[in-house]
Design a protein around this ligand. Structure first.
Ligand code: FAD
Length: 547
C-alpha cells in the first residue's frame, strides 16, 4: 500500500544505488546493499518476478547436470547455497528427495551415477540421511511404479530443495524494504542520465524513468546503477552504449502442468530423454508439472510463446518414461515459458552453455549482471555489491545476508514449519478443508499465514474465504497492482489451480477493486487480462486447429 509514498520518496531523494530489475537477481542485490548500509532504490517495469524469476523449474538445486559439464566450482557454490537459502526461508524452500531412474542406453550407468551423486553430495556438503542412496531395479519400481520397466536398470535418490520462485522474490523484496530499500513495480528505466566527473570523466548518475501506472516521467538520481534486467540486460546496456563483446544468448524453457491424478508421481523424478537431455516431473499440490525444453529464442521477451513443438517434446518424453499414463494435449491444464539469460559462448549449444553469472562494467560505470541461477542469488548479490562499494570509492562492509531471515520465514527449521501448520489448523478449525490448505498457506506466507487466516474468519463466502483473504492481504502488504500480480505471482494459481481462478475470479476482482480503488473501466480491463491469461496457458492447442 506504500507504493505512492515510495514514488514520492524516490523522486525527492538521491540514492547510493539504483537497481534496474526486480527479479531474484535485483531483489537479492537490493537486500544485500541495504543490509550493508547503502541507500537503495529498485524499479521493475513489470511486476516483481514477472520476468524469468516466476518461470523457472522452481528448484533450489546444486545443478546435478553441471557436474556432467565438469563445472565443479558452480556445483560447489550453488550446492552449498541451497542449505543457506533453506535456512533463511524454511517455509518457502523445502527439502525434497529426487528420484533419478537409470535406464539402458542412458548416458551414465549405475557406478558412474553412484560416483557422480557422491561427488555432488561432497561438493554441496550434504550429510547424514540426506546423502544419496542407490536403488536396485526392484527398489526403483517400488519407489515409482509408473516408471517404464523394460529399460530400467536401477535408480538413485538424492536431496534437493523445492521452492516457489515468485514467492521467494516477494519475500526477499519485502525483507529488503524492511531494511530501508525503496522498491517500485511498474516503473521502467527509459534513459540513463550522466554527468562529467573531473577525475573519472563521464559517469552515469541516474535514470529517466516512467511510472507505467500513471504515465508520468521522472528522474532518479544515484551514485551507481546496477542493471539486473535478466533477459533485458543487453537492452539496458544499450541505453548506455552499443553492446560490444560478450552478449546475452536467450534460451526458452517450457513447463506443462497436468492434474496430479493424470501423472501421480510419488516424488520428483529427474529422467533421461532420448536426446540426452534430462526432464523433471514434479508433484505440487493437486498438480504435477513437467519440464523443461532448452531452445534458442529471439521472440517477444515478455510473454514467450509456447509452440506445439515444445508441447510435443515434453509429452513425448513423459510418455516414453511413464508409458501407462499416456498424456495427451487435452490433459494439460496450464503451462509457462521462461527465458534463460545466458552469456553467449561461441560454438556451444543451448544446453552446453554455462549457467555462471558474470559482471560487466561499462566505461561510464554501469554495472550489469547476467547469467546465474535462482539458487545462487545471494552470492551473485554479494559479488555485485562488492563492485558497487568499489565504484562508490568506499571501504566495503562485509556481506551478512546469510544471517538475514526472509520475512515470514522466522523458523528454526522445517520441523518448526510443520509444527506451525498444526498450530494454524488448531487455531482456525473449520477454516481449512484439509491439512494441505493450511500447508499451502504456510508455504506461501510463512508466519504471516496467521494474518491471512484471521482475515478469512467470518467471511460470508466460505467456499473461497481464504482466497479472498489472500487477495486483501497481498494488495495491502505485497504491492499487488493488477489482478495478474495476484493470480500469477503472489499465489501461482494460474499455473497450479487454474480451476479456482476460473470459478472465483469475479469475487476476487471485486476484492482487489475495493482495496486498490479501481474505476469500473479498470475493473473491466483487469477482468479481460485475466481471461487472456487463462486462455494463454493452453493457447498452443489452437495452433493444432489452425494447422
Ligand atoms: P528476471 O527474473 O527476468 O528479472 C529481470 C527483471 O528486469 C524483469 O522483471 C524485468 O521486468 C525487469 N526489467 C527489464 N528491463 C527493465 C527496465 N528497462 N526498467 C525496469 N525494469 C526492467 N534457477 C534455479 O536456481 N533453479 C531452477 O529450477 C531454475 N529453473 C529454470 C528454468 C527455466 C525454464 C529458466 C528459464 C530458468 C531457470 N533457472 C533456474 C534460472 C533462474 O530462473 C534465472 O537465472 C533467474 O530467475 C534470473 O533472474 P533475474 O532477476 O536475473 O531475471
Amino acid at each position: 500500500m506504500n507504493r505512492k509514498e515510495n514514488l514520492r520518496y524516490v523522486k525527492e531523494h538521491s540514492f547510493d544505488l539504483l537497481v534496474i530489475g526486480g527479479g531474484i537477481t535485483g531483489v537479492g542485490i537490493a537486500l544485500d546493499a541495504a543490509t550493508r548500509g547503502l541507500s537503495v532504490a529498485l524499479i521493475d517495469m513489470q511486476d516483481f518476478a514477472a520476468g524469468t524469476s516466476s518461470r523457472s523449474t522452481k528448484l533450489i538445486h546444486g545443478g546435478l547436470r553441471y557436474l556432467k559439464q565438469l563445472e565443479f566450482g558452480l556445483v560447489n557454490e550453488v550446492g552449498r547455497e541451497r542449505a543457506i537459502v533453506h535456512r533463511l526461508a524454511p517455509h518457502l524452500v523445502h527439502p525434497d528427495k529426487m528420484l533419478l531412474p537409470l535406464v539402458k542406453g542412458g548416458k551414465y550407468g549405475y557406478w558412474l551415477t553412484n560416483i557422480g551423486l557422491s561427488v555432488y553430495d561432497l561438493l554441496a556438503g550434504v550429510n547424514g540421511k540426506d546423502r544419496r542412496k542407490m536403488l536396485s531395479k526392484e527398489e526403483t519400481i517400488k519407489a515409482e511404479p509408473l516408471l517404464r520397466t523394460d529399460i530400467l536398470e536401477g535408480g538413485g535418490i538424492y536431496a534437493e530443495y523445492r521452492t516457489d520462485d515468485a514467492r521467494l522474490v516477494i519475500g526477499i523484496a519485502r525483507t529488503a524494504a524492511s531494511k530501508g530499500a525503496k522498491l517500485l513495480n511498474y516503473v521502467r528505466a527509459d534513459e540513463l542520465l550522466s554527468a562529467t566527473d573531473s577525475e573519472k570523466g563521464e559517469r552515469i548518475t541516474g535514470v529517466r524513468a516512467r511510472d507505467l501506472e500513471s504515465g508520468e516521467q521522472f528522474e532518479i538520481h544515484v551514485s551507481c546503477v546496477v542493471n539486473a534486467a535478466g533477459p533485458w540486460v543487453d537492452d539496458v546496456r544499450s541505453l548506455d552504449a552499443p553492446v560490444k563483446g560478450k552478449r546475452l544468448f536467450l534460451t526458452k524453457g517450457v513447463h506443462l502442468v497436468v492434474d496430479h491424478e493424470r501423472l501421480p508421481v510419488r516424488q520428483t523424478v529427474y529422467f533421461d530423454n532420448d536426446d540426452g537431455r534430462m526432464i523433471f516431473a514434479i508433484p505440487r499440490g493437486t498438480a504435477t508439472y513437467i519440464g523443461t525444453t532448452d531452445t534458442p529464442y529471439d521472440g517477444d521477451k515478455t510473454e514467450p510463446e509456447i509452440t506445439r513443438e515444445d508441447v510435443d517434446y515434453i509429452l513425448r518424453a513423459t510418455n516414453n518414461m511413464f508409458p501407462s499414463v499416456n498424456l495427451e494435449m487435452n490433459d494439460i491444464r496450464s503451462s509457462w515459458a521462461g527465458l534463460r539469460p545466458l552469456i553467449n559462448e561461441e560454438g556451444k549449444s543451448a544446453s552446453q552453455i554455462s549457467r555462471r553469472d558474470e559482471i560487466f562494467i561499462s566505461e561510464r560505470g554501469l554495472i550489469s549482471i547476467a547469467g546465474g541461477k535462482l539458487t545462487g542469488y545471494r552470492k551473485m548479490a554479494e559479488r555485485t555489491v562488492d563492485r558497487v562499494f568499489k565504484q562508490l570509492g568506499r571501504q566495503a562492509v562485509a556481506c551478512t545476508t546469510d544471517a538475514v531471515q526472509v520475512i515470514g520465514g522466522e523458523f528454526a527449521d522445517y520441523q518448526e514449519v510443520e509444527q506451525f501448520i498444526d498450530e494454524l489448523m488448531r487455531e482456525y478449525q473449520g477454516l481449512f478443508g484439509s491439512r494441505s490448505d493450511a500447508e499451502y498457506l504456510v508455504h506461501t506466507y510463512g508466519r504471516k499465514a496467521k494474518k491471512v487466516a484471521a482475515r478469512a474468519v467470518g467471511c460470508e463466502n466460505s467456499d473461497c474465504s481464504l482466497f479472498m483473504a489472500e487477495a486483501a492481504y497481498t494488495a495491502e502488504h505485497e504491492m499487488v497492482l493488477s489482478a495478474l500480480d495476484f493470480f500469477e505471482r503472489r499465489t501461482g494459481r494460474v499455473n497450479f489451480d487454474v480451476v479456482s481462478v476460473q470459478k472465483h475470479r469475479m469475487l476476487l476482482l471485486n476484492v482487489l477493486k475495493d482495496k486498490l480503488g479501481w474505476s469500473e473501466a479498470r475493473h473491466a480491463e483487469e477482468s479481460r487480462r485475466v481471461e487472456e491469461a487463462l486462455e494463454r496457458v493452453t493457447l498452443f492447442r489452437k495452433s493444432e486447429v489452425d494447422c
